[in-house]
Design a binder for this molecule. Structure first.
Ligand SMILES: Cc1cc2nc3c(=O)[nH]c(=O)nc-3n(C[C@H](O)[C@H](O)[C@H](O)COP(=O)(O)O)c2cc1C
Length: 309
């Protein structure tokens, strides 16, 4: 078992301590363990050039244009050798901190299903555990676990457990909250348990009824809107994209019930339809008539200049 811990919090801070608690369980159970703090590395943010995605349709791997300019490549190659990764990240402005997001958004050049398809990396069913750490309660961390969960589909990590550590302001304040240390310990146990379970029998091991979405356990169900091809769900999970309805749960509240076709757009189960959508968008852009419009109007916008700093 190879397990890696990735954090982006302060040195000796709460995210790091919780991660160490979970990783220690993995090591005690025989896993080979690595841990990195992203703040120790140079990670440039994605430039949005889309060079990597241009290769997807042709079936060729186009490496990230930043590959040799920072540490992202070597960290990611290592990360993809793992059987499991535990991410432990502080919450800034309700969501995962930017050091983590910069790392995660560069994963597009390492889209796992594609890299496996072209034989660039070993085929594995990788799992993940997620820890979000903040100074407040869920209401001030409302997009923390959800933001982390949203970054998992590019690397096809299956999240088997997640936890939210709350009201931790100063570094190491978690040492005064043994319940969170215990929960991180259990997350480590769950990682070991999942790794020792046959892939087809692996399931969610986190807290029962955690989150509204029964598929990815996010707490973020939003009103559905018509999609590019006309499909519309009444409600959908903003993380995994599953669609359904809200129905009384018999206890005075509501539950999110997945529609019969509700998994069709689940981002974690496949993105063929999304690739088709992107393809249609590109085809529209490259239509000769539209290219003419863009060429003409772009000149106008290029000519508009404002002072910068
Ligand atoms: C820029 C910044 C923004 C923050 N925003 C939030 C927030 O929106 N919600 C929250 O619960 N905590 C917020 N915090 C508090 C941190 O999440 C908290 O201190 C956490 O324990 C830091 O983790 P660490 O010790 O691993 O670095 C913020 C901290 C900073 C520095």
């Amino acid at each position: 078992m190879k397990v890696m811990g990735i954090t982006a919090g302060r040195k000796g801070g709460n995210s790091e301590i919780l991660l160490k608690e979970a990783l220690s369980v993995c090591r005690e159970n025989g896993a080979e363990v690595l841990m990195i703090n992203l703040t120790d590395y140079k990670i440039l943010h994605c430039t949005g050039c889309e060079a990597c995605t241009s290769g997807f349709t042709k079936g060729v791997r186009v490496p990230c244009v930043l590959k040799d300019k920072d540490d992202k490549d070597r960290l990611t190659i290592k990360m993809l050798e793992m059987d499991a990764v535990i991410f432990s990240v502080p919450t800034y402005d309700l969501m995962p901190c930017s050091a983590y997001l910069a790392f995660a958004q560069r994963n597009l050049a390492y889209e796992v299903s594609f890299l496996q398809h072209v034989g660039a990396i070993e085929k594995k069913n990788r799992i993940a555990g997620i820890i979000s750490v903040g100074g407040s309660t869920r209401s001030w961390q409302s997009m923390a676990l959800e933001g982390m969960g949203a970054t998992m589909f590019t690397t096809s990590f299956r999240v088997i457990d997640m936890m939210l550590a709350k009201r931790l302001n100063r570094p190491a304040q978690v040492l005064l909250r043994p319940e969170f240390l215990r929960r991180a310990h259990r997350l480590g146990e769950n990682i070991v348990k999942a790794l020792n379970t046959p892939i087809e029998d692996r399931k969610w091991l986190g807290d029962e009824d955690f989150g509204w979405c029964p598929v990815c356990h996010s707490n973020a169900i939003i009103k559905g809107e018509e999609r590019w091809d006309g499909l519309r769900y009444d409600y959908e999970c903003q993380v995994c994209g599953s669609g359904g309805t809200l129905e009384p749960d018999g206890k005075g509240g509501y539950k999110f019930v997945i529609a019969e076709n509700g998994l069709e757009r689940n981002r974690f189960l496949g993105n063929e339809e999304h690739l088709t959508e992107i393809g249609a968008g590109m085809a529209f852009f490259y239509e000769p008539e539209n290219q003419k419009i863009v060429r003409e109007q772009l000149e106008k916008y290029k000519a508009i200049q404002f002072p910068a700093l």
